[in-house]
Design a protein around this ligand. Structure first.
Ligand code: ADP
Ligand code: MG
Length: 344
């Protein structure tokens, strides 16, 4: 009896110690990842570090937040935004007021490069549904039509009363396509944080927010090359925050007339009324996705030089712009990410 204890006592003690040590080092739960088609794109929510049930419930709540924004702010029949445009104005909900106020602030700060009233121009170019919902290319508009639509586009014609939340469109129309996705991502992030998530990724078709780490390694994100489908311009490990890209390559078509090919795409220069020509793509990092989204659209319109100057004047924003000639311009804070494919 004593002999057996002496023989097994030590290994049993060692085993017990290993068990205690292992219990103290709780394994990181496996990631939970869900993908749905939302806001005209594939949206993926990935969570690390929460238990399976908790993680799935958190992802579900995040999708509900994203959907709520889409249902309210997409410019399609039946949404409150659509009704607001039809009625020429009205009293808006608190979330719509928040996005509207941010849009007006960005319009002011970008001297109208970002303009939430581009709707009439988007419609004229047939761009509201290009690349989505089976949209078909239409011929470029006649000069007179372009002038008339352009005259209706200006954020300065909006009459907004924040106290009563009443908006008068002044004959114009709202389109929040350049900012609402960022707002939706921010809402989803707030929901995930409320549920205790620390390590997660919300990826809405390449516009994303990263928090914490991917298990024990940093999140790494590829920035799509604007002219080489499937190739990355850079692979970066962004700090906690949002990374949003605006490009001329996804919702776009080439229009050919008299031997000339013109790239028609969905980011319009409110000054000319035509698709903005200065950039092929712009990627902006910021602490909030709504800011990154609005800035990416504005920098695209302004072009690499003025656009980068804008980014450098914005605290907490960094970014990269690929000019029309394919050259990459970046803010000092964005540099250092290793290029994996030479830009062409
Ligand atoms: P996405 O991520 O959907 O590609 P972007 O953030 O690049 O969108 O913004 C493009 C969208 O923004 C357009 O589809 C349109 O709804 C809207 N938009 C286009 N031009 C402008 C502009 N100059 N200012 C504000 N919004 C714009
Ligand atoms: Mg945008």
């Amino acid at each position: 009896m004593r002999g057996r204890l002496a023989r097994w006592g030590l290994p049993l003690l060692a085993l017990a110690l290993v068990a205690v040590w292992a219990a103290g080092r709780r394994p990181v739960p496996l990631p939970v990842s869900e993908t749905r088609f939302l806001m005209d794109t594939l949206v993926t929510v990935t969570l690390w570090g929460l238990e399976g049930g908790e993680a799935r419930a958190a992802a579900e709540a995040a999708f509900a937040a994203l959907e709520a924004v889409d249902r309210e702010m997409a410019r399609i029949p039946g949404t409150p935004l659509w009704d607001l445009n039809e009625a020429g104005g009205g009293v808006v909900s608190a979330p719509l007021a928040e996005v509207l106020e941010a849009s007006l602030a960005w319009a002011r700060r970008t001297a109208g490069a970002f303009d939430p009233t581009v709707a009439p121009l988007l419609d004229l170019w047939g761009l509201w549904d290009v690349g989505k919902r089976g949209g078909t290319p239409v011929p470029p508009p006649a000069a007179g039509d372009l002038e008339r639509a352009r005259a209706r586009v200006s954020w300065e014609r909006l009459d907004w009363d924040p106290r009563s939340r009443r908006l008068d469109l002044g004959g114009g129309a709202l389109d929040l396509g350049g900012i609402a996705k960022g707002y939706a991502i921010d809402r989803a992030v707030a929901v995930l944080r409320d549920r205790g998530a620390r390590d997660f990724l919300v990826n809405a078709g390449g516009d994303l927010y990263v928090a914490g780490t991917k298990g024990r390694t940093p999140w790494r994100v590829g920035i799509q090359h604007p002219r080489e489908p499937g190739e990355f311009l850079r692979v970066v490990a962004p700090a906690e925050g949002a990374l949003v890209t605006s490009g001329d390559y996804e919702r776009a078509y080439l229009w050919e007339a008299e031997g000339e090919r013109e790239r028609i795409h969905h980011i319009l220069d409110p000054r000319t009324g035509r698709p903005a020509r200065g950039c092929q793509s712009v990627t902006v990092w910021a602490t909030r996705a709504m800011a990154a989204d609005a800035l990416a659209t504005a920098v695209f319109v302004l072009g690499p030089e003025a656009g980068l100057a804008l980014l450098e004047s914005e605290p907490g924003a960094e970014g990269l712009a690929v000019g029309a000639d394919g050259r990459v311009h970046e803010t000092p804070g964005f540099r250092g990410a290793a290029p994996v494919a030479a830009p062409r």
